[in-house]
Design a protein around this ligand. Structure first.
Ligand SMILES: NC(=O)C1=CN([C@@H]2O[C@H](COP(=O)(O)OP(=O)(O)OC[C@H]3O[C@@H](n4cnc5c(N)ncnc54)[C@H](OP(=O)(O)O)[C@@H]3O)[C@@H](O)[C@H]2O)C=CC1
Ligand SMILES: Cc1cn([C@H]2C[C@H](O)[C@@H](COP(=O)(O)OP(=O)(O)O[C@H]3O[C@@H](C)C(=O)[C@@H](O)[C@H]3O)O2)c(=O)[nH]c1=O
Ligand SMILES: [Mg+2]
Length: 283
């Protein structure tokens, strides 16, 4: 049995489709603000593998609520890793491009020094470090700019805002790879299976959609595919003030993920089309 933390999030929802027989723990069954309860849940259920798809993902809110974010993104994943190591089972955890400071314009390698700009990134890094310290059979999969038909994400914000406006101003100096939640879920399942057979593959990996674009380019592609008439005006980050600072460069070098697991970067534009179709079908 595979145990998944998270039930209603973007990646967790996709995992439910892929793994109908897995056990999913929502907030009501396992609250990540209670890390020892997460440890205990794994020890009691004795699964064959654990995937953590739950996280504190409200980037701006985390600035004023870092203690909660630290429990959810930092302490709880480390406790999960300890339980998985005690049972000698694979643990797959998802992290983020926001652990980097976003300087330069080269894709970040997995070994590049981390330097988060805000509370969300700091707490996600805390979780990574905790898991690496346990040194069990783990994979930390860093991804970026997640979108899907479910939950909150940039694509759905654009559909909502673009429908009512003929122009939107979107930052054009933050560059990254939009990543379909479906592809992340598939990668997590494949990696968990591989880790079981081959614990030597443990480590930190990158996985993002291709090609890398700005948020403004991503918005234009969404409007294009959705046939929404809304002009996207490029603006600099300085013209869109937010409580949390975001990395300008979110490009990630995903080559070791391909080399080790044979998993290639998904084309996000294809996934935008599929996501729009899913949203249409659900109406
Ligand atoms: N969204 C993105 O753009 C990116 C996400 N990631 C990472 O990918 C992973 C999956 O993210 P995504 O699917 O987008 O996340 P979502 O924001 O869609 O969902 C987060 C999930 O975590 C759950 N959760 C939050 N707080 C708690 C808590 N205290 N106890 C239990 N569950 C909790 C939420 O439950 P509830 O519904 O009850 O609130 C929700 O199911 C995370 O690790 C995230 O950091 C990485 C890069 C980009
Ligand atoms: C709505 C809107 C956003 N923006 C900008 C703000 C921001 O820089 C960018 C994206 O907005 P979001 O609110 O989706 O950004 P954000 O929530 O920071 O997205 C991040 O979430 C976390 C969980 C991650 O791990 C990251 O990989 C990343 O996906 O678009 C505009 O410029 N104009 C707009 O009208
Ligand atoms: Mg957000």
């Amino acid at each position: 049995m595979i145990l998944v933390f998270g039930k209603t999030g973007q990646v967790a929802t996709e995992l439910q489709t892929l793994l109908p027989d897995a056990t999913f723990l929502g907030r009501d069954q396992a609250d990540l603000t209670d890390p020892s309860a997460c440890f205990a849940a794994i020890m009691t259920l004795k699964p064959d593998a654990v995937i953590n798809a739950a996280a504190y993902t409200a980037v701006d809110k985390a600035e004023e609520d870092e203690d909660t974010a630290a429990l959810v993104n930092g302490t709880a994943p480390a406790e999960m890793a300890k339980a998985c190591a005690a049972l000698d089972i694979p643990f797959v955890h998802i992290s983020t491009d926001y652990v980097f400071d976003g300087t330069g314009d080269m894709p970040f390698a997995t070994v590049h020094p981390t330097a988060p700009l805000g509370a969300y990134g700091r707490t996600k890094l805390m979780g990574e470090d905790g898991i690496r310290d346990v040194a069990g059979s783990f994979v930390i999969l860093r991804t970026s700019w997640v979108f899907s038909a479910h939950g909150g994400n940039f694509l759905k914000s654009m559909l909502r805002l673009g429908a009512g406006r003929d122009k939107l101003t979107i930052v054009a100096d933050q560059i990254g790879g939009p990543t379909p939640a479906r592809a992340i879920a598939e990668a997590c399942v494949n990696i968990a299976e591989r880790l079981k057979k081959d614990p030597n593959t443990a480590g930190t990996y990158h996985f993002s959609g291709a090609p890398d674009v700005s948020w403004a380019d991503f918005a234009r592609a969404i409007f294009d595919e959705a046939k929404i008439t809304c002009v996207v005006e490029d603006i600099p980050t300085s013209a869109y003030p937010t409580p949390a600072k975001r990395p300008a460069n979110s490009r990630m070098d995903c080559s070791t993920t391909t080399d080790v697991f044979g998993i290639t970067r998904p084309n996000w534009r294809d996934a935008v089309r599929i996501t729009l179709q899913e949203l249409e079908n659900s109406q």
